[in-house]
Design a protein around this ligand. Sequence first.
Ligand code: ADP
Ligand code: GLC
Length: 485
Amino acid sequence: MSGRRICFISSEIAPYAKTGGLADVSGALPRYVGQAGNDIRVFMPLYSTIDVSNGRFHRVDFLRNLTIDFGGDAVTFDVVTTKLHDSDVDLYLVDCPRLYHRGTVYTDHEDEYLRFALLSRAAIECCQHMGWSPDVFHCNDWQTALVPLYLKTVYKWDELFERSRTVLTIHNIAYQGVFSSKAIEHLGLGNYREMFSAEDLRDGIVNFMKTGIFYADLLTTVSVTYAREIQTPEFGSGLQDFLRWRGNALHGIVNGVDYNEWSPECDVWIPYPYSAEELSWKEENKKYLLGRINLTYDSDAPLLGIVSRLTGQKGFDLFFDILRPFLAATNVRLAVLGSGEPRYEDFFTGLQHDFHGRVCFYRGFQNELAHLIEAGSDIFLMPSRFEPCGLNQIYSLRYGTVPVVRRTGGLADTVQQFDTATGEGTGFVFDHFTPDGLFWGMRSATELWHNKPAWERLMLNGMAKNYSWEVQVMQYLALYDGLAG
Ligand code: ADP
Ligand code: GLC
């Protein structure tokens, strides 16, 4: 399971650029693949938000001023390199100000497809310039899902890639990269129109994710349950038939966690490190957090935490009717960190106003606060409508912060309902996506919190779970091996 050459391509990688869990995975998995003795090289865009002035980034001489022809549009770029955070792995950042100096990682600009087609083709062409022949191209989500097609068409002539195989990891099937089929010319794929779905062409669209699902040698997604779910109409976002058709090539692998980054013993963002043996320090983090966000401490009131993109996926609709009465009737504190759709932001802003000193809504993206909420909260709420894997509930387990989740995707695979009779289980899991289900979860959790021995048992059960990448990486290595072999 070593000695492989892996080209890993992702649109976001922590700590350089992050909008969600894809960045956490892309920042950690390659490190573990590298540690296992493989030559893995990682590619991402050089967004203008990435500071390359600290002396650790270098322009690669033989990868300067490269040009790729996109259907007559010549796109020029340089490549900057560094070591992937905390590792020996080479990270290559594609420097193309025309496409990546936009202020945000993703945009709704007309040329969005070109931004990520460049990333895909730049990774392939850098391999050519390096004379480096990957055993596997590992692509992530729609942004890099055209790599398999590019290898079968535009780069088919190159013997360097004769034995290369492709893996596409689906982190979220709800985002597919759908554009007007006019883009095909501009992608440099005008001569290969027949390789796209005929149905899509009739509808005047091109779908990056669907194309990747067609042409990748292997597909993975980020939990076992989600791998099953996306083959059904409820979760497949229209691609369920294609995923069923490729069912034999589709593998569910639950994401790992980087416990160097997300562990209460060594978390650099929290003031009072703690562990299963020294649990009492958790309460100090809670007091510190409450002080930071202007909520009052009450030793009788559990703190509920939320850290999330505020989108429909995350189940916030369930809160609309029940959270206000719940807060009115129950002595709890609530800390919410996130940003996204205005209807959710408005809802939490209203709650903060009406429950002054008891509810805090921090609108924005703030890594330090995310860590403080994991450490300082008693209960973590994640009632997702669907959840490919979800990382925050796994982080919560390690911090002794008991998750309340809906039984879907990775949440179903990583949190088990607590049973007071046997003392087994790690959280509260409700089945149906209804306000009643969530209400039951919140009420059960806050009630049990007052039963200190049972609660401590529940916390320790979660803290003992191990979702380390050290374990999870083995499944990827086995897949790479199967492919390359
Ligand atoms: P998703 O990728 O669907 O957003 P995950 O649970 O897989 O969900 O990962 C979310 C990641 O983004 C976690 O590391 C979480 O801590 C982080 N995150 C989400 N929202 C925020 C925020 N507002 N501020 C800081 N970190 C956030
Ligand atoms: C996506 C999913 C999330 C998953 C993450 C990393 O953003 O929404 O569930 O944990 O990717 O794989």
